[in-house]
Design a protein around this ligand. Structure first.
Ligand SMILES: [Zn+2]
Ligand SMILES: [Zn+2]
Length: 252
């Protein structure tokens, strides 16, 4: 069909496209996606040009800002963070890569070799979890091998291996943990470097107030008041924390 009037030609094309899309939306979308993939440079250049001309127009910029605000309202930060997290776990797997532990409540995204702080610098202004997950996702998309899934135990063991601890304190801790049974009171895990000294009643503030103190002094207090402390592995420590948190939510 030939049109002399370009306006009529465009209208016809639009109606044709709409009809095609309505007839089979999935097929039409797939075709569009394929076109974008095969012509990425052209598509990107056109988008850039469009953006550069349109952003000169203040009324459009105000409209974009309003759209962003509305989108943020529809997608509150925690929900966005959870969505991103789910995608990361899909890509990295839902079990600890070192020990296979698969309770998702204690699985953590480990920055291989440390260095998570950069994530915070690179995404200023976003909610902190969204920021971190976006950083992780971008890295995964780039095919960098920077992240892996670890359970809290393996993560703790790994982090401790990079920590400087004086031989004095190491020895004192070994002695104390031996006295306390050298295993987690919940799951009997005996992975020494994964064990935490836990405040049974979550009253750590009573030991320290708002300040920290020397390890050796801390160990002394534990010996004096053994009923207030117990050994938990990092996984069980997380679970306990989550349980007490949901308990608080239910009580509130
Ligand atoms: Zn593990
Ligand atoms: Zn445990």
């Amino acid at each position: 069909m030939a049109f002399k009037d370009p306006e009529r030609k465009r209208a016809y094309q639009r109606a044709y496209d709409h009809a095609r899309y309505a007839a089979n939306p999935q097929k039409a979308r797939a075709k569009t996606r394929l076109y974008i993939e095969q012509n990425r440079e052209i598509v990107n250049r056109r988008a850039r040009e469009k953006y550069n001309t349109e952003r000169q127009r203040p009324e459009l910029r105000a409209q974009w800002a309003a759209q962003t605000r509305a989108w943020n309202r529809r997608n509150p930060a925690p929900a966005r963070a959870n969505k991103l997290k789910a995608r990361i776990f899909e890509l990295l797997g839902r079990a600890c890569v070192l020990c296979g532990f698969a309770d998702e409540r204690v699985l953590q995204i480990d920055h291989i070799g440390g260095g998570g702080r950069k994530a915070r610098r690179e995404n200023k202004g976003l909610p902190v979890r969204v920021k971190f997950y976006r950083y992780v996702l971008r890295s995964l998309m780039l095919g960098e091998n920077k992240f892996r899934i670890l359970c809290a135990n393996c993560n703790h063991i790994d982090a401790r291996s990079r920590l400087f601890i004086s031989e004095n304190v190491r020895q004192a801790r070994r002695n104390l943990l031996k006295e306390m049974g050298n295993r987690c009171v919940r799951c009997a895990c005996a992975e020494y470097e994964a064990l935490h000294i836990d405040h049974v009643h979550d009253d750590g503030h009573k030991t320290w107030g708002s300040r920290g103190g020397s390890r050796l002094l801390y160990f002394k207090i534990i010996r004096q008041q053994p009923d207030r402390f117990q050994l938990l592995c990092a996984n069980c420590n997380w679970l306990k924390r989550l349980e007490s948190k949901s308990g608080q939510l239910e009580a509130a």
